[in-house]
Design a protein around this ligand. Structure first.
Ligand code: ADP
Length: 251
């Protein structure tokens, strides 16, 4: 009996090992494909501004002397594209740091005060009303304040870009988490797109996102930062009604 039991246990263990190996293999393959896709998307995203810069440089070269007004227009466009490339590169480097699992400095922070301060500092530049609500006076959590501020900025900036009316930010203290909701009453996101918007470089409307200075990396960065804190970033949205992005951070 003992021998049979030992054998079956061994087989079980081998089967389990096999399953774990297959699973690991699948993950490595998945990560490799994701990495490949990222490099291909990144090259494409960087090629576009370079092509635009080149065409304006040629325009200046061909017409600058006889038609000086093309210079101002071209320099402005080149400046825009250089800023765009700089932003893209900074965001890609940040993602690489987050992928490596470093670059975060934790400290104890009153998250209610942090949200108030963030809203105050960006409200004027945004030229939009951001309403703040909370069920607590203060709550201290261990976070990387700069990175969580960046998440708030990304979500508030998206709310500003993709809606017109009031933006709301709510902080709620729950038994194990602090919950931060950022709600807008804009165009909303379809169910199919909700599954993809956190993917790197994904935009619902590519042209429009480019016009508003978007890169399609904001939400991917926001999600990585919140995950690094052991939290979650989710969306609930209805087309034509608006979106709520929910950050959960362990308290
Ligand atoms: P982007 O730089 O294009 O804003 P993000 O990663 O921040 O990139 O967002 C990805 C896409 O998700 C956006 O291009 C936009 O289509 C959609 N999106 C993000 N936030 C909102 C929102 N609040 N309302 C509607 N659509 C949104």
């Amino acid at each position: 009996w003992q021998l049979i039991e030992f054998d079956s246990k061994t087989n079980d263990e081998i089967a389990q090992l096999g399953a774990t190996y297959n699973e690991m293999n699948e993950r490595i393959k998945e990560n490799f494909l994701k990495q490949k896709q990222f490099v291909s998307n990144a090259s494409h995203e960087l090629k576009t501004p370079i092509a635009i810069i080149k065409s304006y440089a040629q325009l200046i070269k061909r017409q600058g002397k006889v038609n000086p007004e093309v210079i101002e227009e071209s320099v402005e466009a080149i400046d825009f594209e250089i800023n765009r490339m700089t932003q893209l590169i900074q965001q890609m480097l940040l993602l690489a740091t987050l992928d490596r699992g470093d670059g975060l400095t934790y400290q104890l922070v009153d998250i209610v005060k942090m949200c108030r301060d963030t809203i105050r500092s960006i409200a004027t530049a945004f030229e939009r009303k951001i309403q703040f609500e909370t069920n607590i006076e203060e709550i201290e959590v261990t976070i990387d304040i700069e990175k969580i501020n960046q998440v708030l900025y990304i979500l508030l900036d998206n709310a500003r870009k993709y809606s017109d009316g009031l933006i709301e930010l709510t902080v709620e203290n729950l038994p194990n988490h602090v919950k931060i909701d950022i709600r807008d009453h804009g165009e909303g996101i379809s169910q199919a797109d909700q599954e993809k918007i956190f993917d790197r470089f994904y935009r619902v409307d590519h042209g429009r996102s480019r016009e508003t200075g978007g890169t399609g990396l904001g939400l991917a960065i926001a999600k990585e930062i919140v995950l690094a804190h052991g939290g979650s970033l989710t969306i609930s949205s209805e087309e034509g009604k608006g979106s709520i992005f929910t950050i959960m951070i362990p308290n």
